[in-house]
Design a protein around this ligand. Structure first.
Ligand SMILES: Nc1ncnc2c1ncn2[C@@H]1O[C@H](COP(=O)(O)OP(=O)(O)OP(=O)(O)O)[C@@H](O)[C@H]1O
Length: 758
């Protein structure tokens, strides 16, 4: 390390101290007391740095560490490689002097004194590091506000337990650590950024955890990363109330889940559920029919060149809309009426519970439960009432027979007649009581048969029957008619489209509800712009929670025909009391690439502000004409880039067809580029259509257009924007003409052209 900072020695000692303490703790957990004692003696004998104070020795020799869980121990071993990344010197108003706090991914307390050796980045005090500047600051902890003075903020680079560098941040210095981290290369995996979280990002992470939050963030602004850090913060702050298993992360596809999967354990989030909306609905509804994905629907429509007025897209849009939700509500009201019963619940002619009061339970008292849960509850009520009243009924009947017996005993003078009558009554009494007991055994079950049994898919299919649909919708149009007919047709073939899933989930939430194992108390949705109104509405209803973290970017809304067109529909009509925040700074890519991508924002109808790249320069995006000979040039480029330590490459196309085309075209170059399908493992050289590249990032991106050029229409502009914002460092555009990438719409100074012969 070349650092000549006056505190260098102090910092080296502090790191040695922290590591030694951690080692003690690790050893104490891993081995028996004997081994520990021996190691302790060795360590103490070899201590040669200044801080071998009495307290320190005492601490080390104290073998009485508390037991840790296996997870904690594993995290501790991991943490030892990089125990902390920052320090703050803080003088709290009420305290006599300043205190020094080292901030890391996990807290570590001196087991004797309970003083922090490392402070968790999620702790209230650590907020001062992310939020406050040097000088007077305040923070909140457990409802109390604390004020104080921060005199130092320091960042560390520690690799494999060795201090590589450290530097102080003041008001004027720019964040060097951030610059360093941004200039690194993509590893096909998202990483944690606890050391360099920026102020606006910190506000998202720590925004009120009891409220839903919606974040509109530019491409590369850290939405995915920040959503995952918020989960970590949430689980830390609410650890007494929520378990990780109660957290559901909804990602756009399997590829994306793979992409984020490694960062969650890094953030201390081990067991949260991660799935896609489709997989989730298929699981909770138990449907086994094949589902055509939204990508397949969109691709078919684009490749067939009919995206603008494709009835399939119109139908998908309608099925995600508020109007469709209203129609489903009316349908549910109508179905609900089928649960009305008109017979009293009787046993041997005695009324156990009247139809009126049973209906009262169903329609009023159990109003909050799904229909079938209400039925189960009613069943339980009838069973218990029956049990209670059966005794009374039996004893009443027995009493009646006994009275008759008395009458017979004293009423008949003729002994023969008396005998016949008495024996008749005794037998009859026995028979009747047995009959009633028998009837009681099955009475509830028989009574419950009045309630309809509903199969989700049958219910859904029925909705599209003309008579039913028109009874729920006060108007009809050719589009609605076509939607009904085409939906009925594929449902008959036992097939589903992805846009049917929202309605199925919604109906399921009314009829059966969600199984306990599939319930979630907190839901995180990434790429939320691609969700329809009904999808989010149905999720909220299914989980009965407002604890949603929703992140997305309307500029990347390539499924706009079915997805959200603005966030207001969610803030107005789905959630109450939402926190709406925006992330405008973008971290992924260079100023040059973002300047070009920003020009596309202007062409969109959404009126989104331009993204602000953090200061990192690179080359201008380059256009390369794909005529004869382009492949050689491409190959040379890749080789050069490889030599300049670029690791991950992607060729991104508008359509799947173009992806297949380029894959076969460059196969003979032997560069290892592989066509990527949705459920495949990511590799370092991929060819993929823009819709699959969403959310991912690569060092170098080649946009490629052959059969399908980007045209000046909303969907194409958005796909191009998604594709252009994937690279960290370099962007190339390979096509027949610059217009293929709408470059005729932007200033010429924003890109360069590669002249191959030169
Ligand atoms: N504060 C930060 N420090 C370091 N790196 C950061 C920071 N914020 C974001 N990044 C990096 O920027 C890149 C983009 O982040 P991320 O993928 O989360 O953005 P996004 O908003 O979800 O992007 P998109 O919408 O384009 O998919 C990632 O490489 C991430 O690690």
């Amino acid at each position: 390390m070349t650092n000549s900072h006056p505190d260098l020695q102090e910092e080296l000692e502090r790191l040695s101290f922290t590591k030694a303490y951690m080692d003690r703790l690790i050893v104490s957990q891993q081995s028996g007391q004997e081994v520990l004692k021996k190691r302790q003696e060795d360590t103490l004998a070899h201590l040669d740095f200044k801080d071998s104070s009495l307290r320190y020795q005492e601490m080390l020799s104290n073998a009485n560490f508390m037991k840790m869980s296996k997870d904690q121990l594993e995290s501790l071993i991991h943490l030892r490689k990089k125990p902390y990344f920052a320090r703050i010197d803080f003088h709290r108003k009420e305290k006599p002097e300043r205190e020094i706090f080292y901030i890391g991914k996990m807290s570590l307390f001196d087991r004797e004194t309970q003083l922090p050796i490392i402070l968790d980045w999620r702790s209230p005090l650590a907020n001062v590091y992310y939020e406050g500047r040097l000088g007077e600051v305040s923070y909140n902890s457990h409802g109390e506000r604390y004020e104080g003075h921060v005199s130092l903020k320091r960042q560390y680079q520690i690799e494999e337990g060795e201090l590589e560098d450290f530097r102080d941040i003041d008001i004027t210095t720019k964040d060097d650590l951030l610059q360093d981290s941004l200039s690194q290369n993509a590893e096909n995996r998202l990483t944690e950024i606890v050391a360099t979280i920026q102020e606006e990002q910190n506000q998202v992470i720590r925004a009120d955890l009891r409220k839903p939050i919606i974040v509109q963030g530019a491409a590369g602004s850290g939405k995915t990363t920040i959503a995952l850090h918020r989960i970590s913060y949430f689980l830390y702050s609410m650890r007494d109330i929520f378990k990780p298993e109660e957290m559901l992360i909804l990602a756009p596809n399997r590829l994306f889940i793979q992409y984020i999967s490694e960062v969650l354990p890094e953030l201390g989030v081990q067991r949260s559920k991660q799935t896609t909306f489709t997989e989730f609905v298929v699981k909770v509804t138990g449907i086994h029919w094949p589902v055509t994905t939204q990508h397949q629907i969109l691709m078919k429509s684009i490749e067939e060149g009919k995206a603008a007025d494709d009835p399939a897209l119109w139908s998908a849009g309608y099925k995600g809309s508020q109007s469709f939700k209203d129609l489903l509500n009316r349908y549910m009201q109508w179905l609900k009426k089928g649960y009305q019963i008109d017979q009293d619940f009787l046993l041997a002619g005695f009324k156990i519970k009247s139809a009126k009061s049973i209906n009262q339970l169903f329609f009023k008292e159990y109003n909050y439960f799904p229909y079938e849960v209400r039925i189960q509850k009613i069943k339980a009520v009838l069973q218990s009432e029956l049990r209670r009243k059966k005794k009374q009924i039996l004893s009443k009947m027995a009493e009646k027979y006994d009275e008759e017996l008395d009458k017979a005993l004293f009423g008949f003078k003729d002994p023969e007649k008396r005998k016949t009558r008495v024996s008749f009554l005794i037998t009859r009494k026995e028979e009747r009581l047995n009959e009633v007991k028998k009837e009681a055994r099955t009475a509830v079950q028989r009574f419950m048969k009045q309630y309809p049994k509903r199969n989700l898919l049958d219910v859904y299919e029925k909705l599209y029957e003309e008579e039913i649909f028109l009874s729920l919708c006060s108007y009809d149009t050719p589009e609605l008619k076509e939607m009904r007919e085409s939906t009925s047709k594929y449902l008959k073939k036992k097939q589903l489209n992805s846009e049917d899933l929202a309605a199925l989930l919604y109906i399921q939430s009314f009829i059966k509800g969600i199984d306990k194992d599939d319930q979630a108390k907190k839901v995180v949705i990434d790429e939320a712009q691609d969700y329809s109104f009904l999808e989010i509405y149905a999720l909220r209803r299914a989980f009965h929670t407002d604890l949603f973290t929703i992140v997305g970017d309307l500029a990347q809304g390539i499924y706009r025909y079915r997805g959200l067109k603005n966030w207001q529909v969610l803030t107005n009509d789905v959630f109450r009391n939402v926190n709406y925040l925006t992330l405008q700074k973008t971290y992924r890519t260079t100023i040059e690439i973002m300047d070009l991508a920003n020009e596309l924002l202007v062409l969109m109808p959404d009126e989104l502000p331009k993204a602000e790249p953090v200061v990192r320069h690179g080359e201008l995006p380059m256009f390369l004409q794909c005529e004869d000979g382009w492949k050689e040039h491409f190959k040379d480029r890749v080789t050069q880039l490889e030599a300049s330590r670029m690791n991950s490459f992607a060729i991104v196309t508008k359509t799947k067809q173009d992806a297949e085309h380029v894959a076969s075209d460059i196969q003979d170059l032997d560069l290892g580029f592989k066509m990527l399908e949705e459920d495949e493992e990511m590799s370092e050289r991929m060819i993929l259509p823009a819709y699959l590249a969403k959310g991912l990032e690569f060092d170098v991106v080649f946009l490629y257009s052959h059969h399908h050029r980007y045209q000046l229409k909303e969907l194409d502009i958005k796909m191009l924007y998604v594709a252009m914002t994937r690279p960290l460092h370099k962007l190339y555009l390979i096509g027949h003409t610059p217009e293929d990438f709408l470059l005729n719409q932007v200033k010429e100074s924003l890109y360069s052209t590669i002249h191959r012969k030169v």
